[in-house]
Ligand binder design. Structure first.
Ligand SMILES: Nc1ncnc2c1ncn2[C@@H]1O[C@H](COP(=O)(O)OP(=O)(O)O)[C@@H](O)[C@H]1O
Ligand SMILES: [Mg+2]
Length: 268
């Protein structure tokens, strides 16, 4: 379950003090109006800098995902905001990031953001997967894939796996943010994740597939049966997400994931 979002001023004094040891006095703070998970997500302004802070209570299960986000940061492509500091204090796990003045990507058909999004993902696909402890795709989806499915997800590509438009900030280029689920696996998994988000934005399965084939060599070369196995597992994952927290957008993603499975069964 997501953590209820609080504001900078609601953090314990000791936590704000620890942050200010890194940043200097915080003059203004603005809570992010998007994002669904973090307990705090805000832009901080000091006398000479602007930065982005993200945090969760240390005893929340999500503190683990935040640790993963910190571990992977030094290995991410240059477009990803750099981690500035990471502190655990007064019951809070807090990370400071370079601040980006951008907006969320628009994935709609015909959007001029789409080439930028493709560029950011190609850059990631070409980034070496670091030798750090990372979730493996075959483990991430093992509870959802059939017995033959899981080993088809094995690979050595660094994957983001949550390519929602609110995790992609656009300036003069697209930047991948929110690295809560870095995963090692088959390269075509990220394009598969993106295709579903394109459908959410109004693309047909066929159009999203055709576009992704042009952008991502890994997708053009993906074995049909492997994508089928992942797609089925991903649909079951979305079903579970929607069952546990039946918000409209989650139910919609579940339906789209099944539409995609149906399309892929007969895809060329
Ligand atoms: N480095 C950053 N600079 C500016 N805004 C950011 C930055 N990182 C995140 N944001 C904004 O905060 C929102 C929430 O951050 P995100 O990392 O996605 O956390 P969550 O886990 O809450 O989804 C993003 O959708 C984006 O609007
Ligand atoms: Mg997010």
């Amino acid at each position: 379950m997501p953590v209820d979002r609080i504001h900078w001023d609601d953090l314990p004094l000791a936590a704000r003090g620890a942050v200010e040891q890194h940043t200097g006095p915080v003059l203004r703070a603005k809570t992010a109006d998007a994002g669904v998970n973090s307990g705090i997500a805000a832009t901080l302004h000091t006398a000479d800098a602007t930065l982005f802070i993200k945090g969760v209570p240390t005893d929340h299960p999500q503190a683990r995902t935040q640790q993963r986000e910190a571990t992977i940061n030094p290995y991410l492509p240059p477009s990803c905001p750099r981690l500035l500091w990471h502190v655990q204090i007064a019951g809070w796990d807090l990370i400071g990031y370079e601040h980006l003045v951008g907006r969320h990507a628009d994935y709609a058909p015909g959007s001029t953001d789409l080439p930028l999004v493709a560029h950011a993902l190609v850059e990631l696909q070409n980034t070496p997967c670091p030798d750090v402890e990372l979730k493996r795709a075959e483990d991430r989806w093992s509870g959802y894939a059939g017995p033959d499915g899981v080993e088809q997800l094995v690979g050595d590509t660094l994957l983001h796996t949550d390519l929602a438009p609110h995790n992609m900030l656009v300036t003069d280029r697209a930047h991948l943010i929110d690295w809560a689920w870095p995963t090692r696996g088959a390269a075509w998994i990220d394009p598969a994740v993106l295709v579903l988000r394109l459908m959410e934005a109004g693309h047909t399965a066929k159009a999203a597939d055709a576009w992704a084939r042009e952008q991502f060599p890994s997708w053009a070369a993906a074995p049909h049966a492997s994508v089928a196995a992942f797609s089925a597992a991903n649909a079951r994952t979305w079903d579970e997400i929607a069952r546990n927290d039946p918000q409209d957008w989650k139910k919609h993603m579940g339906r789209l994931a099944h539409d995609w499975v149906t399309y892929w069964r007969t895809a060329p």
